[in-house]
Design a protein around this ligand. Structure first.
Ligand SMILES: NC(=O)C1=CN([C@@H]2O[C@H](COP(=O)(O)OP(=O)(O)OC[C@H]3O[C@@H](n4cnc5c(N)ncnc54)[C@H](OP(=O)(O)O)[C@@H]3O)[C@@H](O)[C@H]2O)C=CC1
Ligand SMILES: CC(=O)C(=O)O
Ligand SMILES: [Mg+2]
Length: 414
């Protein structure tokens, strides 16, 4: 067994199995404490909440708690390994919510027969939480699940693999284009993968100025084109009127490659076909579409990003989901809308261009970091992410009318 694999297993197993636990926020030592916490005292907030459901935010942990909910059908790039196998990833998301945004998060892995059954399960427990982060649910079911839950729930519902990924990709991409001296309206984009992350990333890049007809999306069968039959609704949105059929065909002269598919699907000789000064986001986890070492060996004019922590330029939704929920919950937003997503993109971009604090250099084991090819996006451990993204998101929620409090109270890392 490799040293890293053993260390990863030991990290999860010792000294206590798993990565999260519940802790008490009130004293529970004396008879008096118990009389307040449980019977008879607990009856008082019960009656208040029965009269006014909003009182749950005052008397329970609801307002600072996110549910991380999955069915385990698209666990990272590992595929459909089922709900229980996804638990380490979901506990990991909960760890990141707490570590980076002070939010309490609990993982819920749902076994179900039909999409409707999954939706009903989540809708029926939604009121317990301040927000719902849907995770690692495969396309195309993820689209219907998210839309239906947004309709049925009074709290923000956000499919992280769609929108968290898209927000971070858009922020990193706009910064990378600036460095490469290219205009988003002119670039030819290849997107490997046509699932949750791919569709949302491309839709957000289009909102940022990319031209739909200059995007070539591929799934396991190759290029998605207008003469292909049996396309799902979301793939059909990206059907290109082209004679190109293979990855090699579309990579010829491409400016951008976004990989949200699976490991090692981009051969170095295909990368070599790209236009001058290309941008490659190989975001499949844990193994990217091409290893950075291989990519840099064939292109010295490249900007390269992966979804991993152990290379420069980590384009990963961890830069978004803790902070967008922090901002949304701080103003009790009823939803996470496009205005809030754009505010997050802009805040992430802006932080990258500011001087990097010493503690971030230390934590990322870097001597220097400044806006450039090896630093297109902030590091996840940067404490400015929480305050700046959450504030921008909360203010966007207030401006766009989905906040349920009138002003933002500083709530960070409570
Ligand atoms: N860095 C980050 O922040 C994030 C990275 N990701 C990564 O993106 C990938 C996809 O996740 P997600 O969108 O949630 O999953 P989905 O299951 O929704 O979509 C997967 C897509 O990838 C395609 N695909 C898989 N393997 C290949 C292959 N060998 N060649 C071509 N296409 C392939 C599938 O094709 P088909 O439709 O034909 O089945 C499908 O369109 C994962 O690797 C995941 O780790 C996801 C979210 C965030
Ligand atoms: C990062 C992430 O959410 C994924 O790879 O699925
Ligand atoms: Mg995911």
């Amino acid at each position: 067994m490799s040293d890293f694999r053993q260390r990863a297993l030991d990290y999860h197993a010792y000294p206590t199995p798993g990565k999260i636990r519940v802790e008490l926020s009130k004293p529970a030592d004396s008879v008096d404490d118990l009389a307040l916490a449980y019977s008879p005292g607990v009856a008082e907030p019960v009656k208040e909440i029965a009269e006014d459901p909003e009182a749950a935010y005052r008397y329970t942990a609801k307002g600072n708690m996110v549910a991380v909910i999955t069915n385990g059908t698209a666990i990272l790039g590992l595929g459909n390994l089922g709900p229980l196998a996804s638990k380490p990833v979901m506990e990991g998301k909960a760890l990141l919510f707490k570590r980076f945004a002070g939010l309490d998060a609990i993982d819920i892995e749902v076994k179900h027969r039909t999409t409707e059954e999954f939706i009903n399960t989540v809708a029926n427990i939604a009121d317990t939480f301040g927000g719902i982060n849907l995770e690692d649910i495969k396309a195309p079911e993820c689209f219907e699940i998210e839309q239906e839950l947004i309709k049925r729930c009074k709290i923000p519902v956000f499919h992280d693999d769609q929108h968290g990924t898209a927000i971070v990709t858009a922020a990193g991409m706009l910064n990378a284009l600036e460095i490469q001296g290219k205009n988003i309206q002119d670039v030819k984009i290849v997107c490997m993968g046509a699932g949750a992350a791919a569709v949302a990333c491309m839709e957000l890049l289009i909102k940022c100025g990319a031209q739909r007809e200059r995007i070539y999306m591929l799934d396991r069968k190759g290029v998605i084109h207008t003469r292909r039959e049996g396309l799902t609704e979301h793939k059909a949105l990206f059907a290109n009127n082209t004679d190109k059929r293979t990855l090699e065909d579309v990579m010829d002269g491409a400016d951008i490659f976004v990989g949200v598919s699976g490991p090692d699907v981009l051969p170095p000789e295909t990368l070599a076909l790209m236009a001058a000064n290309p941008i490659v986001f190989a975001c499949s986890n844990p193994d990217p579409e091409i290893k950075p070492e291989l990519a840099h060996a064939v292109r010295s004019d490249l900007i390269m990003a992966t979804g991993r922590s152990d290379y420069p330029n980590q384009v990963n939704n961890v830069l978004c989901f803790p902070f967008i929920f922090r901002g949304a919950l701080d103003v009790r937003a009823s939803a996470i809308n496009d205005e809030m997503k754009v505010a997050a993109v802009e805040a992430i971009r802006a932080i990258t261009k500011e001087p990097v604090p010493e503690e971030v250099l230390k934590a990322s084991r870097s001597k220097t970091l400044s806006f450039g090819k090896e630093y297109i996006i902030p590091k996840p451990m940067d404490p400015r992410l929480c305050s700046q993204i959450a504030t921008a998101v909360a203010n966007a929620a207030i401006r766009s009318g989905v906040a349920r409090v009138e002003s933002l109270t500083e709530n960070y890392m409570k």
